[in-house]
Design a protein around this ligand. Structure first.
Ligand code: ADP
Ligand code: MG
Length: 238
């Protein structure tokens, strides 16, 4: 069971309020997509959930428990970024197992977890390679593998596909959907791409200027956009 709730979350950077009182409910095993134009606060909100930024006010709850004061490593969440940030001198296997090594997980257990993630991501033949010998899509799979080995209660993705070309993006969307099924996990996925949101989400959260404009299923937003902004952004005919 992994639910997430945000209650009146606010974030100020100096004098500027970039998140303006966001409320949100994410259900267990839901695939939730935050969508909105560049600068609307998607990454900031995800970083607050991950514990990489602190909220100026408001609460973040996982399974009903307030986690504002718990550090990022202890939250049981895992984040996948747009830039893969793999260690160039380490093999795929060592990259994927690195956080486990830091956490003091014994080598045999690390190896088992990395092999299992590699199986899920079809990276098994590449475990001995260095990142420079991988394609963009393979590198992004390694970055996802680093998250999987930690067995997080919730996965957080910040525009993980935006560095990939169009054909590979389509393929990775399908893979992520399969991953969501196989891992049975709660996932929060940030994108500025409406098509990604419409094709991947159980629930879409449309953000603009640090405010949630609307929350709903892709079909709800498409057929019943609450305002012109949502209609325009989702590509609804209304
Ligand atoms: P998005 O991910 O939707 O493009 P961000 O969450 O990155 O948007 O940014 C939201 C707003 O907050 C932007 O106006 C951005 O310039 C500002 N911002 C983000 N991080 C910082 C920071 N560390 N210091 C000051 N302003 C920031
Ligand atoms: Mg961003």
């Amino acid at each position: 069971m992994s639910t997430l709730q945000l209650k009146q979350v606010v974030k100020n950077f100096d004098d500027t309020q970039v998140i303006k009182g966001v409320d949100l409910d994410v259900n267990d095993r839901e695939f939730v997509v935050f969508v909105g134009p560049s600068g609307c606060g998607k990454s900031t909100l995800l970083r607050i959930i991950a514990g990489l930024e602190s909220a100026s006010s408001g609460d973040v709850l996982v399974d009903g428990k307030r986690i504002n004061d718990i550090g990022p490593a202890e939250r049981g969440l895992a984040m996948v970024f747009q830039s893969y940030a793999l260690y160039p001198h380490m093999t795929v296997e060592d990259n994927m197992g690195f956080s486990l090594r830091l956490a003091g997980v014994p080598k045999a257990e690390r190896r088992e977890k990395v092999r299992e993630a590699a199986r899920i991501l079809q990276l098994e033949p590449l475990l001995d390679r260095k990142p420079k010998a991988l394609s963009g899509g393979q590198r992004q799979r390694v970055a996802i593998g680093r998250a999987i080995v930690r067995n997080p209660s919730i996965f957080l993705f910040d525009e993980p596909l935006s560095n990939l070309d169009a054909a590979l993006r389509v393929q990775m969307r399908i893979e992520l959907a399969r991953l969501h099924e196989e891992l049975d996990a709660t996932m929060i996925y940030v994108t500025h791409d409406q098509i990604e949101a419409m094709t991947m989400a159980d629930k879409i959260v449309v953000l603009q200027g640090g405010v949630v404009e609307q929350v709903g299923s892709p079909m709800e937003l498409y057929h019943h956009p609450r305002n012109r902004f949502v209609a325009g952004f989702i590509g609804s005919p209304k």
